[in-house]
Design a protein around this ligand. Sequence first.
Ligand code: NAP
Length: 268
Amino acid sequence: MMKVGLYYNQSEKSQKVAEEFLNVCCHKEFERDDENPDVVITIGGDGTLLGAVHHYKSQLDHIRFAAIHTGHLGFYTDWRDFQAGELIESLKHDQGESVSYPLLDVTLEKADGTIENHIALNEATLRKVNGTLVCEVLINGELFENFRGDGVCVATPTGSTGVNKSLGGAIVHPRAEVMQMTEMASINNRVYRTLSSPMIFAPEEVLTLLPHSENGMVLSMDHLTYDANDIVKVHLHISTQRVSFVRYRHTHFWDRVENSFIGAREID
Ligand code: NAP
């Protein structure tokens, strides 16, 4: 029997959809197992899905996600709240259909020598909240530029429609296994100079950030934010791990982009 995990936010709508799934589990159609699920149903918005991916990060090699949205933007979510019944029917006839997307590997080196490995589905950002961030940017170990500004953002293809888009980055189809760096308000004058264009890196390339600031630095990975003052190096590259979703219905990536950012067109 399929083991289904439920991960939902506290909105009234989300709780109602979760109850629908709980009823099905009671009728022995699925087994509810939040610890060791085969499929995780997220109910909420993209923020809820990001939370679930981080919650289950050690099990990404065998878990598939299905995301239902209950009133948010829902870029990643394929089902609306009123389509929960349809998703339940598809789960009953599951044949392992899936689609997977690239993740970002984020390795942090700290001043005390400790190393931490993280993943991000959307992006990682390094910012300074008081004054400007000063950091060297290395590509494959070679110094590329000295950055001074608010911060830098490194996004995955599916994260390219998140904060990356607001920073003027390109939207990237997730079959292109690349990462993209965008700048946040870089200073460009006679003294400080950066490329100032979004950059897209090939799958095997590694970006390293060497921050020089001593306070006010913040590192974000998706919805999670950490104090980054003890970080001396951040290495970023496209991960060999991926995140998988059930694929009972497939929304073409560009349709997803159109639905989220352009909306219904009025034709004369
Ligand atoms: P939030 O500030 O509560 O929500 C940010 C918005 O971004 C929500 O509307 C969310 O959709 C949407 N979103 C998340 N991932 C997306 C994606 N891949 N493509 C398009 N839209 C996306 O933050 P949150 O819910 O914790 O989510 C964190 C993410 O928000 C970050 O990873 C970052 O990409 C994005 N963000 C964007 C900006 C910006 O554009 N200036 C600023 C901060 C964060 P839902 O409404 O469905 O949850």
